[in-house]
Ligand binder design. Structure first.
Ligand SMILES: O=P(O)(O)OC[C@@H](O)[C@@H](O)c1c[nH]c2ccccc12
Length: 238
């Protein structure tokens, strides 16, 4: 079902896509001896609505990691890789992914539109990542897609600092694409900043490094819940 991933996220009490990424872009070991199954169990224990699995080799991932995660969870899974060909979409579907990353910075406009359309036809949700106003403007319709603002830059392999203001600045134009599910991704660690993004109107957040490093995942989640109870809700449509 093409909408399993966004439906799970938008229906969640705590809309955080929790990521499995073996290494940071700087080479830090993020699994630290834990198996993918242990990390999945940890995420499920705090009620993750859906997961992201990085299969890109810059981050130490591969297709086996995705296959393994899919066998140990029933949650919808996003495959994060640098997809440029239709064959990679079929492979993602065959491995059991529910959503696939399409990176606007890497794909010419027509190719992005074609891959998004093909993904939807295969029952996969396109998770389209953008990082600038020009990329948002060039997007095909966001209908049926997640549109995610990446707070880091893929052009420098995500090694630079994250700019969460980018998510705040781009939200109005992301909404104009027609996506039902705007997401802010990368570099989110502080629970207060996370609550601020949700209160601004993001339907979900994608967090990897911080959750993988966190000694107390539960306390981060509880802090986020607490802050959300005390931060104003977004204005309808605003
Ligand atoms: O670990 P972080 O800073 O919370 O970021 C997660 C995710 O957004 C990041 O891993 C990512 C963003 N774009 C990607 C493209 C491929 C692989 C991974 C990514």
């Amino acid at each position: 079902m093409a909408s399993a991933f966004p439906d799970a996220l938008m229906g969640a009490d705590r809309p955080v896509i929790m990521e499995l990424k073996p290494r940071s872009a700087n080479g830090e070991d993020l699994f630290r001896g834990r198996s993918p199954a242990e990390i999945v169990a940890r995420y499920e224990a705090v009620g993750a609505p859906c997961l992201s699995v990085v299969t890109g080799r810059w981050f130490g991932g591969d297709a086996d990691l995705l296959a393994e995660v899919v066998t140990c969870t029933g949650l919808p899974v996003l495959q994060k890789d640098f997809i440029t060909k239709e064959g990679q979409l079929r492979a993602a579907r065959d491995l059991g992914a529910s959503a696939v990353l399409l990176t606007a910075a890497l794909l010419p406009r027509a190719a992005l539109a074609r891959l998004a359309e093909r993904a939807l036809a295969l029952g996969l949700t396109p998770f389209i990542e953008v990082a600038s106003p020009a990329e948002v403007e060039a997007l095909p319709s966001g209908e049926g897609c997640v549109v995610a603002v990446n707070n880091r830059d893929i052009r420098n392999r995500e090694r630079g600092d994250a700019d969460l203001d980018r998510s705040h600045r781009l939200l109005p134009s992301v909404r104009l694409t027609g996506t039902p599910c705007p997401v802010s991704a990368s570099g989110i660690d502080d629970a207060r900043a996370a609550a601020g993004l949700l209160s601004a109107g993001y339907a979900g957040l994608l967090v990897g490094t911080h959750l993988l490093r966190a000694g107390h995942l539960e306390s981060w989640c509880e802090e986020l819940d607490q802050l959300r109870r005390t931060t104003p809700a977004p204005r309808p449509g605003g």
